[in-house]
Structures are given as structure tokens and as C-alpha cells.
Design a binder for this molecule. Sequence first.
Ligand SMILES: Nc1ncnc2c1ncn2[C@@H]1O[C@H](COP(=O)(O)OP(=O)(O)OP(=O)(O)O)[C@@H](O)[C@H]1O
Length: 298
Amino acid sequence: MLEISELRKRFAGGPDAPEGKVALDGIGFAVRPGEMFGFVGANGAGKTTTMRIVMGVLRADSGSVSWQGRPLTYADRRGFGYMPEERGLYQKMRVAEQIEYFGRLRGMSPAAAGKATGDLIERLGLGERKGDAVESLSLGNQQRVQLAVALVHDPEVLVLDEPFSGLDPLAVDTLATALQERCRGGVPVIFSSHQLDLVERLCDSVGIVSAGRMVATGTVEELRAAEGGTLRVVVRDPEPGWADGLPGEVTVNGDRHVLRAQDGDGQEILRRAAKAGHVEHFGMEQPSLTQIFKEAVA
Ligand SMILES: Nc1ncnc2c1ncn2[C@@H]1O[C@H](COP(=O)(O)OP(=O)(O)OP(=O)(O)O)[C@@H](O)[C@H]1O
């Protein structure tokens, strides 16, 4: 298990902000083997800083990162796969050459690096571009190469900073499938994203970070249960004022009135709605991750 605990980080101030900037204010979470963890938060919330500390690119002021119950070492990190925010490919190098090169850097034999490169090129749909220089590739294909570089040495943990940003739906699916395969093989995967529908679809658990603190963590189901559902009632052509005194808010769309309420007596609401007009819909709606996120960071 990868455990991040009580990380704090303040960046030194400059002439415009001499007091400095607290980027992390005690952030902590854990990712288990075979778990896909979605790391979400507004711009500047602290996701990249956390991942950089996990990968040893930055040093925390305090707090710890442990792997399998002991402090993370340089050797452990060499066995991790990382997609940094600033990316990091050699623009002039050819695709296959590049993936193989990173495998060799991580200590693989030429034969093993070559084999893994061939497999990844096929898996990630890069076959037609394998002899091309990275600089000639589209953003989506560069991102596929970046993921291949993170995966080539069969990493024990994957830490990916916005791996899906700017990708078309087909590329998203290709990358997501490659990650799910590694995850099913027991690898803990952390990725940050602003694409909350994607996080909801792919992740076993989610962490919502706000101003350097984890404000909610759990499975999407747990977060939903904590948030509670919303009762949605649609009444066609009701009498005016039918919902006076009922909890929630009514929006009017043509001759349809939609009442949304998070509390109150559902049976009473149904009785009033049925008396007032024709009830077209009556049911509980689960909040989306976007709604949970907005509530958590509000
Ligand atoms: N090297 C740095 N020097 C000064 N401040 C920094 C530095 N790196 C990050 N910060 C600040 O720390 C805070 C957290 O930034 P971070 O990049 O971790 O956020 P993020 O959640 O990854 O945001 P985004 O979603 O926009 O990528 C921000 O206020 C940012 O401006």
C-alpha cells in the first residue's frame, strides 16, 4: 500500500507575495494494490505538488510517504511509473527508440526493453508512428508515448498527472484500458484529472483536495451516501402554488414543474403533487461526482 500522510509544503515567497504560499496543509490518503485512485481538486489545490513529493521531485516540509509499510526510498521510486505535469519526452527521438531508452534507463536489458516497447506500441495504438520523431506527433499520440514511457519497466506503482487532459474519447479509452490492465494486475494507480465523469467511471476511490487538504475521500458510492440523494418530482400542469410550503425548489419548464428536495417527507410531497396535477416522475437522484465535488470544495 502507498500511504501519504500529513504532507505539508510551503513555497518561499517572492517580491509579490513575501509571505510565501502554503501549497499542502496536511494532506493524506492511501492507495491499495489494484486500486485506481482519482485525485481531483480545483486549479492550484495541491495535486501536482503532492505527486511531485511522492516521486521525490520536491521535498515536503513535513509528513511522510511510505510504500509497503516503510518509508519510500530512491530505489522504490525507480520502480514507479510517473507521468509528470510538464511531460518529459525527447522531442527529436523516435517513438520506439524513446520508449526503449527509458526502459534501459530503468535498468532493463536490451532484449526486455525491446520486447516491452513492442508490446506497448501495439497496445497503445502507436504502430504506424513508431519510427517518427516525437515532435511530429499530435498531442494525443505524444501522450500515448508518455504513458508507454511510464509503463515500460512494469512499474509497481503508477503516479500520473492529468494523463487524460486534451485527449479525444478514443485515446481516453486506449489509455484507460492500459491503466485498468495494470491496476487489475495489482498495481496501485493514482491519477489527477479535472474530467470528473471519467474519474467517476474509472476509479475505485476518489480524493477531493481543496487548498492543500483532503476534504473528502472514499469510493464514489461512499461519497454519494455521505452527500445524500435528491428527490425529483415532475408534475405536469399543476395548480398554481401547489408546492407552497414544501421543501426544495421548483423550476418551471413549459407546463412541467420540477421540484427538487434534499429533505422532507417524500410521501407528503407525492400526495401534494398528485393532487395538484399529473405526476410524470417521482424518484431519488444520486449526486454526480461533479455535484459532490462542488459541495466538498464550497
Ligand atoms: N514552484 C512553486 N513555487 C511557488 N508556488 C508554487 C510552486 N509550485 C506550486 N505552487 C503553488 O502551490 C499551489 C498548489 O499548486 P499545484 O500545482 O500543486 O496545484 P494543482 O492542484 O496541481 O493545480 P492544477 O489543477 O492547476 O494543475 C498553487 O497555489 C501553486 O501556485
